[in-house]
Design a protein around this ligand. Structure first.
Ligand SMILES: [Zn+2]
Length: 317
């Protein structure tokens, strides 16, 4: 786990279309000071609003995660971008949009990762705030569940892992997905290699109904894995045999970045989704005796402050 806060070395920009709106959108990224967090500036119909990417600004968790204040200032489908930021250890950033939805790009977090690594990250003179989980917290609903547990003290005699461990289990009726289980010890490197490329997915037989509701107007085989009656419709096939469960972990990482702390603990999800992720975060913040804050004290000025652009994952993780 990267222990220092980071921002981008320089401003950068990406353009694409929104999955649900189908509209073109431009995102501008600007470096931000230590401990300021991730902020969105929505700029729709010349009405600007700035708000923090935080649990108390979640406005919708159906199909994707939306953030905002009231009805006027909204940013939709934030989770893949936030996942890339958290996975790369970028804590402080201002993101300005000229529409309502973060572009879907290829449906994974990989294009964001490439863009952000190209701009380069800068180490800031402050430690990350980390929440160490002391006892189990669980949320259960209709056979679905998510929990966070303290890390094992000893892992088969190996030095104990001290970051975020995530296990996800999914169980779909569709035999092309069926049951999948995946566990990851999260690091910059494992995120980039094992999670970031996993694309979002949908079922062909649900496309029409969702489009009638005004959703997935920008959805296509270029930005999602589409599961048909007889197989995957994407000619290139899957990026991983268990791409679906890996994408669920990608979504979870994006959602959990809204907590404002890196978790030192093991998150275990069973058939969960954005809504259940949000409920567990709320419970973690409510049940203060279940975790302890590892101090984010300022570091001595002699500590390293910058990382050059274009460094590979393994050189920084
Ligand atoms: Zn997703």
């Amino acid at each position: 786990m990267v222990l220092y806060q980071q921002t981008l070395r320089k401003a950068t920009r990406v353009e694409g279309i929104g999955l649900h709106t189908g509209k073109k959108v431009k995102l501008d990224f600007f470096p931000a000071p230590p401990s300021s967090g991730i902020h969105f500036i929505s700029n729709h119909l010349n009405q600007k609003a700035k708000f923090k990417a935080a649990v108390d600004h979640i406005t919708k968790t159906n199909l994707s995660t939306s953030l905002g204040i009231g009805d006027t200032a909204q940013v939709h489908t934030v989770e893949h971008l936030l996942s890339a930021l958290f996975g790369l250890g970028i804590d402080n950033l201002t993101i300005q949009l000229d529409d309502l939805e973060v572009p879907i790009l290829d449906g994974s977090a990989l294009p964001f990762v490439k863009l952000l690594l190209e701009a380069g990250t800068v180490r800031q003179n402050r430690k990350k705030p980390v929440l160490k989980i002391l006892r189990k917290i669980t949320v259960e609903e209709n056979g679905k569940s998510i929990a966070v547990l303290p890390l094992d003290r000893l892992a088969n005699g190996k030095p104990p892992f001290s970051g975020t461990k995530i296990s996800y289990f999914i169980d779909f009726k569709n035999p092309l997905i069926a049951q999948q289980n995946y566990t990851i010890d999260l690091s910059r490197e494992s995120f980039i290699q094992e999670i970031a490329p996993a694309r979002t997915f949908g079922f062909l037989n649900e496309v029409e109904a969702l489009q009638k509701k005004g959703l997935i107007q920008g959805g296509s085989l270029d930005n999602a894995v589409v599961i048909g009656h007889r197989g995957i419709l994407n000619k290139e096939g899957l990026r991983f045999s268990n791409e679906f469960v890996r994408h669920k972990i990608l979504d979870l990482i994006g959602d959990f970045s809204l907590l404002g702390y890196a978790i030192q603990g093991h998150i275990v999800a069973r058939c969960a989704g954005h809504a259940l992720h949000a409920k567990l975060m709320e419970k973690i913040l409510e049940e203060k005796d279940a975790s302890e804050l590892v101090e984010d004290s300022p570091l001595p000025l002699s500590s390293p402050t910058s990382v050059s652009p274009g460094m590979t994952a393994s050189s920084i993780a």
